[in-house]
Design a protein around this ligand. Structure first.
Ligand code: SAM
Length: 188
């Protein structure tokens, strides 16, 4: 099953529930690229409409894609080589459709979902039946905006913590790695 990851920076909600555009975090570029590469994903889209952010991310990617960066850490360069920038979730979906010949099944993630689409293997079973690529979407800030969640095909079951006081604040990088492992164990 072809599979892609998207990290959304707009539309995102902030702590006041307002729709905002978050800035790209350098660590998210590197760490999520490495998780995606490790688990055999076919692409990682960094989604932001801000031209300035595109320039920033491109500068970082260019650094690692040069001979210097490659010589210093070829594994890092290898992971970063399939990071791409897109202005919107729609643009990323169009790119996936162009490559795979089918629009992707969007699976959104969030810590505060009140309900979900069932366990990862059940979600994947349906996606396989639909013969669609998987597109795992992650948020930033305080989570994905409702408009993104509403247009998704599936809602992944939130990662439930074990903290007795209910503390559950994973970084998106950690959440990505956990979901990559959970979803790919059901993908041959
Ligand atoms: N309260 C926000 C939420 O409900 O997702 C936390 C945002 S967290 C900093 C950024 C992203 O990491 C989330 O949009 C989601 O994609 C992922 N994430 C973080 N913790 C998660 C969890 N416990 N379960 C599922 N996804 C999580």
């Amino acid at each position: 099953m072809k599979r892609y990851i998207g990290l959304v920076h707009h539309p995102i909600i902030n702590k006041n529930g307002e729709i905002v555009t978050t800035s790209v975090t350098n660590l998210d570029i590197h760490d999520i690229a490495r998780s995606a590469r490790t688990y055999g994903f076919d692409g990682y889209f960094i989604i932001t409409p801000l031209e300035e952010q595109h320039k920033l991310v491109t500068r970082i990617l260019d650094h690692w894609n040069t001979d210097v960066g490659n010589a210093y850490n070829p594994d890092r360069q290898d992971a970063l080589s399939f990071v791409e920038l897109k202005n919107s979730v729609e643009d990323a979906c169009s790119e996936i459709e162009r490559r795979e010949g089918s629009s992707p099944a969007i699976v959104v993630t969030g810590a505060n979902f009140k309900d979900d689409s069932g366990q990862e293997n059940a979600i994947l079973k349906q996606i396989k039946l639909d013969k669609k690529p998987l597109f795992l979407l992650f948020g930033t800030g305080w989570g994905l905006a409702q408009s993104v969640i509403d247009r998704a095909d599936f809602m992944a079951p939130p990662l439930a913590g074990k903290a007795k006081d209910g503390y559950n604040h994973l970084s998106v990088r950690s959440a990505v790695a956990i979901y990559c492992d959970r979803f790919t164990q059901y993908i041959d």
